[in-house]
Write a protein that binds this ligand. Sequence first.
Ligand code: ADP
Length: 373
Amino acid sequence: MTKRVGVIGGGQLARMMIAPASELGIEIRVLAEQDGMSAALAATATGDYRDLEMVRAFALDVDVITFDHEHVPQDVLRALIADGTAVHPGPDALQYAQDKLVMRAKLAEIGAPQPDWAGVSTREELQAFIDEHGGRAVVKTPRGGYDGKGVRVIGSADEAADWFDAFAGERILVEELVDFRRELAQQVARRPSGEMAPFPVVETVQKDGVCSEVFAPAPHASERTIEIAARIGTEIAEALGVTGMFAVELFETTDERLLVNELAMRPHNSGHWTQDGAVTSQFEQHLRAVLDLPLGAADPVAEATCMINILGGPAGIDIDERFGAAMRAQPAAKIHTYGKSARPGRKVGHINVVGDSIDDAVYVARAAAAHFE
Ligand code: ADP
């Protein structure tokens, strides 16, 4: 019998589950925030994911509920579970991706390596942390941040004064400013029955807080780094009971330590390379994992893959024309589009190029991406 997966959220992550779903004979239903979103290629209902009755009605005729984002409130998720609905990842795991303070406390409890951090509720506490950490620190809003929004590097507590006003009574997360050599991401798929499959650790490059390029596997990573990253990913996935795709964003420090930056419990931008560069894509793997089907091989199919995100360019450019030009000029580049209108800074697609070396892959991917500048 055809399995039905209900995805809450109509963005590009839901959209990219559609192709592997049809290959596997899985039906995708989407609960989108509004009409005409990326995932509208699948059967789509439109409604508010915070509205329990809306979500309940959507969940009625699917085998499992999963997500395009991590924002569905805990009480909605817990009510679904009480109804007997399968929800993956479940609310116990998702809370650690919904609140960075809750995540930091849990990672400390399980002994995962992470930057020094504190939850502060006054300027005095924040200033004391900054003074103890060399005069600079990173402040983060615990909830609702993404793509670098809600993250600020500061040298004085005054620079977070507006946040203390806006989030009165709540704690703000402060972290040491990590001196990192580069950022890495470790992805792991985990089934409810416990089977796990880690992808190789990758290097991620962010521009203005947004992921811009991914090199997979992470170039020049030592055996030790590869092994430790996989162990960090699998140990946290198990300790938190994550089901589906799980991503751990890591800092590789200048003294070769790995520290956890943050967690994502869904397919992740750092894993888009797997669509063309791995035996099983993260989107197929996510579907297999949430349905508790055997996981696919997570091995790369080539020496190297480069992924470059395409952001909507200056107002007025014809994005479809740019996609066409990139396809014409670089037939080896795999072009992925999200069917979104092109606002500046908005992720509208990505390019994957596989190659015999990361340098070759990067060269072709950047040549294709240049058509969007
Ligand atoms: P978001 O949830 O918006 O993605 P992150 O917590 O991942 O926010 O932070 C965004 C970026 O800010 C990171 O990718 C990294 O480049 C930088 N950053 C975050 N925390 C630190 C830190 N403690 N030290 C140094 N840089 C940091």
